[in-house]
Design a binder for this molecule. Structure first.
Ligand code: GLN
Length: 479
């Protein structure tokens, strides 16, 4: 069998030129899945036969000289909250078990259009609510770097799939950090694009004003490639920005000479010392590469977590009202319709989802709306204002992605607050709608990887990828 390259871009080139077949690429990745999936549990479903048929189709196109896309023959794992036509989409919830959507999410259509081969649906915290993938109704995913530890979450399956070599790239969704935080914990790259640049059509909604789909990859260049493929206007998403797909790959190697990079002087504390040290090393490497480090203040950031845990549950309580046992998924029979709703939702939703629905319903209820939800929206505005002030002085901002490296199973599962604190650095960007990415940089406690987060203003992806590329280059040099 011909040697299969490791990056998505190199695979696509090799397949397009006929040096390897899409089928060979796929079989190699399916063999990797066979070897380790029993231990990792990255997937809810591996769609090997559908993938084989698609790979053979790509190879037929190559043989016939028909044009193939920028992801020709690239295996991609997708989070199981992205709708795939005729293929079970569960959100790792009992309530959706067995549901086969009648349509594809726009990102799935775009992957197919680019020649990608979808290999399966990855595990997540139920309805993307969580930071460790322990909230899945189908069992936790293990971190491929240390299987006694969590992969992060909620897109833990997508992160683990890439870290384990099951696919070179994958897709996740990020409402408060669910791409960046597991990327950091699994030692790979994860990107949350600007709100509105990637269509949410066919993403099962958690908190619609915060949700955004994005890629996981081993390299910053592959993350840029995937973001290019999935971005761009979609008439099926009313919040989609009327702009063509982004152009990002050229920025990755452009360097940071002359860029101004923000250091947040009033960042809420609590990061592990090794994480703080990695952040300092990241600043030093960017300075050495010609960037200027500028102090900025983001005083409202300390309220971000509280605001998020009102806004996200409020939106979730409304979005999840549709899972009622009437049309699709689980139904638990009872004497009348109301009792059926109650019994279905009590049996179908796990503890964390029920907690969020109750929190959100409370925050939106008459008499509390202004005090909780209304106030949280005001904090959201203050955070956006803080960022706007900072970005008048800097091109990008650097923080840790997560205050902690990957923790052990059960370590935080019984304490929702300590789990919520994992997202303290990722949540502000979602509230502002800005892009952010996590790049592996150095090693923390227990030999686990640390992720450094690059933040940029809305539509500032090119600046973000310049910084991400520079961090990757110097992290590689240091290792
Ligand atoms: N961990 C956060 C939460 O539980 C973020 C999840 C996400 O981004 N989907 O809500």
């Amino acid at each position: 069998m011909a040697t299969v390259p490791t990056t998505a871009s190199a695979i696509a080139e090799a397949v397009a030129s006929g040096r390897v077949t899409a089928r060979e690429v796929l079989e190699q990745h399916l063999a990797a899945i066979d070897a380790r999936e029993g231990e990792i549990h990255a997937f809810n479903l591996v769609t090997a036969e559908i993938a084989r048929a698609r790979a053979d189709g790509i190879d037929a196109d190559v043989r016939a000289g028909r044009p193939v896309g920028p992801l020709a023959g690239v295996p991609v794992a997708v989070k199981d909250n992205l709708c795939t036509r005729g293929v079970e989409t569960t959100c790792s919830s009992q309530i959706l078990r067995g549901w086969k959507p009648p349509y594809d999410a726009t990102v799935i259509t775009r992957l197919h259009g680019a020649g990608a081969v979808i290999v399966g649906k990855t595990n997540l915290d139920e309805f993307a609510m969580g930071s460790s993938t322990e909230n899945s109704a189908f069992g936790a995913t293990r971190n491929p770097l240390d299987t006694s530890r969590v992969p992060g979450g909620s897109s833990g399956g997508s992160a683990a799939a890439v870290a384990a070599g099951f696919s070179p790239v994958s897709l996740g969704s990020d409402t408060g950090g669910s791409i960046r935080q597991p990327a950091a914990m699994c030692g790979i790259v994860g990107v949350k694009p600007t709100y509105g640049t990637v269509s949410r059509f066919g993403l099962v909604a958690y908190a619609s004003s915060l949700d955004q789909i994005g890629p996981f990859a081993v390299t910053v260049d592959d993350a840029a490639l995937l973001t290019e493929v999935i971005s761009g206007r979609d008439a099926n998403d009313s919040t989609s920005i009327p702009a063509p797909p982004m152009s990002l790959r050229a920025s990755v190697g452009a360097g940071v000479a002359g860029m101004r990079i923000g250091r947040v002087t009033d960042l809420p504390g609590g990061a592990e010392p090794e994480v703080e040290a990695a952040l300092e090393a990241a600043f030093a490497s960017l300075r050495a590469a010609g960037a200027e480090i500028v102090d900025v203040r983001l005083p409202s950031l300390s309220y971000a977590l509280t605001a998020y845990y009102l806004i996200a549950p409020a939106e979730a309580s409304s979005n999840l009202a549709r899972f009622d046992g009437v049309r699709d998924g689980l139904r638990v029979g009872a004497a009348d319709t109301n009792a059926m709703y109650g019994a279905t939702r009590a049996a179908g939703f796990g503890d964390e989802v029920q907690r969020r629905i109750m929190l959100g319903t409370y925050a939106l209820s008459a008499g509390y709306y202004d005090a909780y939800y209304g106030k949280a929206l005001k904090v959201r505005r203050l955070i956006a204002d803080d960022f706007a002030r900072a970005y008048s002085e800097v091109d990008a901002i650097l923080t840790p992605t997560s205050p902690v490296v990957a923790f052990r199973f059960g370590e935080k599962a019984d304490d929702p607050m300590s789990m919520y604190l994992c997202d303290i650095y990722t949540i502000p960007t979602n509230l502002a709608g800005h892009p952010a990415m996590s790049v592996p940089f150095g090693t923390g406690a227990h030999g686990m990887p640390v992720g450094i987060q690059v933040l940029a203003p809305a539509l500032g992806e090119q600046a973000m990828f310049r910084v991400g590329g520079a961090l990757e280059a110097s992290a590689g040099g240091a290792a």
